[in-house]
Design a protein around this ligand. Structure first.
Ligand SMILES: [Cu+2]
Length: 114
């Protein structure tokens, strides 16, 4: 997942660069990009999956998740850090969950599970 996420990030960062090249007014475009970047870091992405493993000590949950269309992610099994370890309370391996993730730095962390 890490590799795919990185590739997606690289692609995402290349697209605005291409837009800048196509635009004659650089100042206007830079302002637009600033707004875009702020919006995307706050976005959360909803997904469904099955819990494969819970590491309460490390605050990591491994989920076999379905496609996450808002991120262009295919279905896969991957480990996520949780924003707050309290999110893991009451969860069980094998449980079907709806969850939300948000980007934090280079990683996506789970912000909600139910
Ligand atoms: Cu994944």
């Amino acid at each position: 997942m890490k590799k795919i996420a990185t590739t997606a990030l690289v692609l995402a960062s290349l697209l605005p660069a291409a837009a800048v090249l196509a635009q004659p007014k650089v100042n206007d475009v830079n302002q637009g990009m600033g707004k875009h970047a702020a919006a995307s870091t706050q976005a959360t992405h909803a997904a469904q999956g099955v819990i494969k493993k819970i590491d309460t000590k490390a605050g990591v949950i491994t989920i076999s998740h379905g496609p996450i269309n808002s991120l262009n992610w295919p279905p896969m099994t991957m480990g996520f850090k949780v924003r707050d370890k309290a999110l893991l309370t009451g969860l069980k391996e094998g449980q079907k969950v709806d969850f939300e993730i948000a980007q934090e730095g280079d990683d996506y962390v789970v912000t909600k599970v139910r």
